[in-house]
Ligand binder design. Structure first.
Ligand SMILES: NC(=O)c1ccc[n+]([C@@H]2O[C@H](COP(=O)([O-])OP(=O)(O)OC[C@H]3O[C@@H](n4cnc5c(N)ncnc54)[C@H](O)[C@@H]3O)[C@@H](O)[C@H]2O)c1
Length: 275
């Protein structure tokens, strides 16, 4: 096996950003950030597996990505919280694409429930998806990346600081993912695998917009006055909030050889909101 962290300084930029010949998995790829990430990875030349809870939605998204890029794509059913499901889906990807070189742990949930209201079950579900789901994905990826590879974890600015009321489990789980990104980088380096995190701030997506609407109801019911909360999620320094593709391009940078020197870092993709 050639040393996977080779000095790539003499290669051209088009060659460095190309993912031609690589096989990528995007969890939670049926919509939102995951779908945008799948589109850019495919455009850069990767074969892409979209993994999501519902097989039909995953397959439809995979077909749409293939239609736009011409890439080989497949959709697979996966519940990232369920180790057996992730294992089986990873096997299906290995068979369908011929291997795995890039694994994007993107699937996540962000229910808004105040600390004093949240049940143990609600807390555990957030951690099962957001934290254990990342461990499950990284484990199955690492076991299959026999020639090295890249794991990209979609974190959040909530992995750096507290955010809106109601997101205690989410904030804690994203801090956990940021910690895992460091630890997995350390453990996977001997396997030739780099591990990076990307931390978006607020980006309107299907899930995010639905969660925001539900959050307002939950917090109002708990007597929390949202007008007193700093607009932490809208303090963009660039005059607009991010788009899914803004985030996808940072993930592409991480997944490509452009970022060869980097592992263990989590990159803020936040329009300067967290400085
Ligand atoms: N949108 C934002 O503002 C924002 C900001 C920071 C971080 N993030 C993170 O980005 C990721 C994607 O967020 P989004 O806004 O695109 O969300 P979204 O709800 O629009 O999409 C999430 C996708 O993940 C899938 N999913 C949920 N649970 C799953 C599970 N257990 N197994 C497999 N798939 C599952 C859903 O079916 C959906 O297709 C999440 O990890 C989220 O925490 C989002």
């Amino acid at each position: 096996m050639s040393f996977p962290f080779a000095d790539v300084s003499t290669r051209t930029i088009p060659d460095l950003i190309s993912l031609s010949g690589r096989r990528a998995v995007v969890t939670g790829g049926a919509q939102g950030l995951g779908r945008a990430i799948a589109d850019r990875l495919a455009e850069a030349g990767a074969s892409v597996a979209i993994a999501d809870l519902d097989l039909r939605r995953a397959a439809d998204a995979a077909a749409a990505v293939a239609g736009a890029s011409g890439a080989l794509t497949i959709g697979v059913q996966m519940d990232v919280a369920d180790s057996a499901s992730v294992h089986d889906a990873a096997d299906a990807v290995t068979e369908g694409l011929g291997g795995v070189d890039i694994w994007v742990n993107n699937a996540g949930v962000f229910p808004s429930v105040p600390v004093v209201e949240m049940s143990d079950e609600q807390w555990d579900r957030v951690f099962a998806v957001n934290a254990r789901g990342v461990r499950n994905g990284a484990r199955e990826a690492a076991l299959r990346m026999t020639e090295g590879g890249v794991v990209v974890n979609v974190v959040s600015t909530a992995g750096f600081r507290g955010t809106a009321p109601g997101l205690s489990a989410y904030v804690a789980s994203k801090h956990a993912v940021r910690g895992m990104t460091k630890q997995m980088a350390l453990e996977f380096a001997p396997r030739g695998i780099r591990v990076l995190g990307v931390a978006p701030s607020y980006v309107p997506t299907e899930g995010n917009l639905a969660a925001a609407a539900a959050a307002m109801e939950n917090l109002a019911a708990a007597g929390i006055d949202m007008s007193s909360v700093p607009a932490a999620m809208t303090q963009s320094l660039i005059g607009r909030v991010g788009t899914p593709d803004d985030i996808a391009r940072v993930v592409l940078f991480c997944a490509s050889d452009l970022s060869m020197i980097m592992t263990g870092s989590t990159l803020l993709a936040d329009a300067g909101e967290t400085i």
